[in-house]
Design a protein around this ligand. Structure first.
Ligand code: AP5
Length: 221
């Protein structure tokens, strides 16, 4: 199955993606994670991307489209994938459409994760991420067993540079102006399915998997 996860910063895309890919046996392709890995490794792409990410702005479309095109060429993505954080602009969506339709493997479904703005701000500013393995926690909703340390690897938990209050406000505005138009883009193509993304993480997962099962029973049914 080829799935796009659409939703504002803090909607829980990364959190749900981990669970959906386990249920659906497809790779998780997160443009944010790929960019952050490049920043950590000090690549040229990472250096370019960091300037935009730290300001809460989008990395230019040509950079992102080239990066995702390369990732979709890898063997594990041939029979399906879950895209998290891509596309994020109409030109990115058109480029993706061209790529997958050209291969005869169109997108099956776009899950739009719906959360109120006030809740988003609290989720983002309270998020803590393991600097070693990338696992995501929240100071209130998903605290680690030991304060400041990752449950999985013991690495130090840090706040993402773009989760500072001022940057969060800009990211939400960038989403409204540049990414929300994709809702219409995919609605017009009959691909958009809403998932209410408030409540517990388990409740949201159940709704997301139900939305996918309504489209295609798949291995999770
Ligand atoms: P990216 O990493 O994609 O960030 P984002 O879309 O802003 O999404 P987040 O990772 O902030 O949130 P999420 O929805 O994954 O939420 P999470 O599950 O962590 O992009 C970062 C930057 O990279 C962009 O700003 C841009 O610069 C660049 N970029 C990336 N892709 C790009 C593209 N295509 N084009 C151009 N630039 C691009 O959850 C958030 C918190 O809430 C966590 O603490 C979690 O524990 C908690 N939480 C999750 N679910 C629940 C729940 N049900 N109840 C309570 N708390 C919850």
């Amino acid at each position: 199955m080829r799935i796009v996860l659409l939703g504002p910063p803090g909607a829980g895309k990364g959190t749900q993606a981990e669970r959906i890919v386990a249920a659906r046996a497809v790779p998780h392709i997160s443009t944010g994670d790929i960019l952050r890995a490049n920043v950590r490794e000090g690549t040229e792409l990472g250096a370019t991307a960091k300037r935009y990410m730290d300001a809460g702005e989008l990395v230019p479309d040509d950079v992102i489209v080239g990066m995702v095109g390369g990732r979709l060429d890898e063997p594990d993505a041939v029979s399906g994938f879950l895209l998290d954080g891509f596309p994020r602009t109409v030109p990115q969506a058109r480029a993706l459409e061209e790529l997958v339709d050209g291969r005869g493997t169109p997108i099956d479904v776009v899950l739009r994760m719906v959360v109120d703005r006030d809740e988003l701000v609290g989720r983002l500013t309270g998020r803590r991420t393991c600097g070693e393995c990338g696992r995501v926690f929240h100071v209130e909703h998903r605290p680690p067993a030991t304060e400041g340390a990752c449950d999985d690897c013991g690495g130090a938990l840090v706040q993402r540079d773009d989760d500072r209050d001022d940057v969060v406000v800009n990211r939400l505005e960038v989403y409204r102006t540049q990414t929300e138009p994709l809702e219409r883009f995919y609605w017009e193509r009959g691909l958009l399915r809403d998932v209410q993304a408030t409540g517990t993480v388990d409740e949201v997962t159940d709704r997301a998997l139900a939305a996918l099962a309504a489209h295609d029973p798949g291995p999770a049914s």
